[in-house]
Design a protein around this ligand. Structure first.
Ligand SMILES: [Zn+2]
Ligand SMILES: [Zn+2]
Length: 145
């Protein structure tokens, strides 16, 4: 069921179905930005994050986000430094180094049941939040009438 949401980027109201909370125009823009960053890094693997941001006109924050999400990888000798959130070692992509990823995966397996419980709880909170948002939209619509 599509529902009415505000675009995360331009705040316009659009019909949200699935995926990132972005309207079609912004979704396309973000795709283009990602493509610009990716091809720039391919051509200039030695560029600093400031140079990439300047040349692609994509904010550094956004570039770090790509890296943390694992969508983007920097070259071995790239000055763009990303650190493992657990031990601080240099990583090329993602949030953790290989050692910590393995360790965390093991810990998660051991946590087993309790993790599932907390995930269920998180999901329920999200549902509540969505219901609250819909309520707010309702009010706003009434005001425009
Ligand atoms: Zn938008
Ligand atoms: Zn680590």
């Amino acid at each position: 069921m599509p529902e009415v949401r505000n675009c995360r980027r331009c705040k316009k109201i659009f019909m949200f179905v699935t995926g990132p909370q972005l309207c079609d125009a912004c979704k396309k823009l973000e795709e283009e930005e990602f493509e610009r960053v990716r091809s720039f890094l391919k051509e200039f693997p030695g560029a600093t994050i400031q140079e990439v941001a300047r040349e692609t006109e994509v904010p550094t924050q956004q570039i770090y986000k790509y890296l943390k999400e694992g969508r983007l990888e920097v070259a071995e000798n790239s000055p763009i430094a990303l650190q493992c959130e657990n031990c601080g070692v240099r990583v090329k992509s993602g949030r953790f180094c290989i050692n910590c990823s393995k360790k965390l995966a093991n810990e998660m397996m051991n946590a087993g049941r309790s993790l599932k419980d907390s995930l269920d709880k998180e999901y329920r909170n999200e549902e509540d939040e969505r219901r609250g948002l819909r309520y707010m939209h309702g009010i706003r619509k009434d005001e425009y009438k």
